[in-house]
Design a protein around this ligand. Structure first.
Ligand code: 5AD
Ligand code: SF4
Length: 438
């Protein structure tokens, strides 16, 4: 029996990092590590990082700096940097940060246990390969217990779209889909452990393809798994919403009426400069087709303001697109120039102007989100309860539209689905009453 050591993982960025952190914890679990929420008691601290915007990447370096007293007090503490900053910066991290013991990229973390052994022997290993072998074949089977009835499942990684602002094609590499048989096996094993809701993950998930077909075929195969009640997928490119996938939104009852469909801008000039390869009108027609298949679908999106060359007129076109679609929620970001991307060569929009546009856009998006939430009041939804709520006696879960819903109910309902009437809308959640217990 190996000695039990403690692992603290901090996850930055997207859901794929959340998934990768779980898989890394499992890989280290097989080596005798248990996870802890307290950095101070950890034998190993792993930062699973994000490189998408400058702020996110810089935060990692300041967080590493903050670990210094801990490492000074306990020189045995090992510090690892994983994820997209690891991939992008590699050995540079070791040079800049003498505290760091190892650097592992998102495609090589199945080698983490071996790297930790090397650390034990005094090395400072860096692995940012895109190895020929599939990391998923080398990771331990997913153990229980799991955190709750909802899980992420990575089905595709990398991106070939090369949007002019984005580092993902460089940090995560070319598009690769996992074989459907492996995904189905992982999904079945998650369901056996109590999972009811699976979100399929990919940097460009709707480009998924395998021998059996595209994402729609995979969704239909997953829907055949007894006990799996809900399927979602994220994040998608508009140009990969094929007919079969749109039809699945109408025909597959387990595919939830929720879709994150980033558009980034509503101005054709900017979309072209971003290399998005579609117009605003293309996007709006696509939304019409998706809504024809599933009229109640809740749409969410990502927007970038202050992309190089964006004028006030371009910004107004983005606002017009938002008003035309009506989003249930959306993320908006100020453009951040990323090293190595084509847009980073272009002159920036003045920072104060970009800030002002971001605030204006966020106000519009918040108003839309509130409106959609308020329209839910009085409606019946199905909630998958995930955990105890913030208040005593409360439990909380997600509706089919991914709204957080709080109810006063017996904690034994956690892990189950129930019909709920929505009675109130708060800024980021809904409240309701359970109608029938299962
Ligand atoms: N600057 C600002 N936002 C960015 N995103 C990606 N790259 C950048 C960048 N350089 C945003 C996009 C994407 C989301 C995940 O992050 O909106 O959809
Ligand atoms: Fe980045 Fe998404 Fe564009 Fe791919 S599709 S380059 S991940 S923004």
């Amino acid at each position: 029996m190996t000695e039990q050591k403690k692992l603290f993982i901090k996850t930055y960025g997207c859901q794929m990092n959340v998934y990768d952190s779980e898989r890394m914890a499992e890989a280290m679990g097989a080596e005798g590590y248990v996870t802890t929420e307290i950095a101070e008691e950890a034998d190993m601290v792993l930062l699973n990082t994000c490189h998408i915007r400058e702020k996110a990447a810089e935060k990692v370096f300041s967080d590493i700096g903050r670990l210094r007293p801990l490492k000074l007090a306990r020189p045995d503490l090992k510090i690892g940097v994983a994820g997209c900053v690891a991939q992008a910066e590699g050995a540079e991290i070791l040079r800049r940060m003498p505290l760091v013991d190892l650097v592992v990229g998102p495609q090589s973390y199945h080698r983490l246990p071996a790297m930790m052994q090397a650390v034990g022997q005094g090395a400072r290993p860096v692995d940012t390969d895109f190895p020929a072998e599939d990391k998923f074949d080398h990771l331990p089977d997913r153990p229980s217990p799991l955190r709750g009835p909802s899980a992420f499942l990575t089905v595709q990684e990398g991106c070939d779209k090369f949007c002019a602002f984005c580092v993902v094609p460089y940090t995560r590499g070319a598009e690769v889909s996992r074989p459907a048989t492996r995904i189905l096996a992982e999904a079945r094993s998650l369901v056996e452990k109590g999972v009811r809701d699976i979100t399929l993950l990919g940097q460009n998930v709707n480009a998924y393809h395998s021998d059996t077909g595209g994402l729609a075929a995979l969704i239909h195969d997953l829907a055949a798994i007894d006990g799996l009640e809900r399927i979602r997928y994220t994040t998608s490119h508009p140009n990969d919403m094929d007919d079969a996938l749109i039809a699945a939104h109408g025909g597959c009852a387990k595919l939830m009426p929720y879709l994150h469909l980033p558009v980034q801008s509503g101005a054709d000039r900017i979309l072209k400069a971003m290399n998005r390869k579609h117009t605003a009108e293309d996007y709006l027609r696509l939304v019409d087709r998706i809504r024809a298949a599933r009229p109640d679908i809740l749409l969410t999106s990502d927007f970038i303001v202050g992309f190089p060359g964006e004028t006030e007129e371009d910004f107004a076109a983005t606002v017009a697109l938002i008003e035309a679609v009506g989003y249930g929620m959306a993320y908006s970001f100020k453009y951040s120039a990323r090293p190595g991307t084509p847009a980073a060569e272009k002159p920036m929009v003045e920072a104060a102007l970009a800030d002002d546009r971001l605030h204006r856009l966020q106000a519009i998006l918040t108003r839309q989100q509130r409106q959609v939430q308020e329209e839910m009041v009085g409606r019946e939804v199905t909630v998958l309860f995930e955990k105890p709520g913030r208040m005593p006696g409360q439990i909380t879960g997600k509706s089919e539209y991914l709204h957080a819903v709080h109810v006063t109910a017996d904690p034994s309902l956690v892990g189950t689905l129930a019909r709920v009437r929505i009675t109130g809308a708060e800024s980021n959640s809904l409240s309701g009453v359970v109608l029938v217990s299962p």
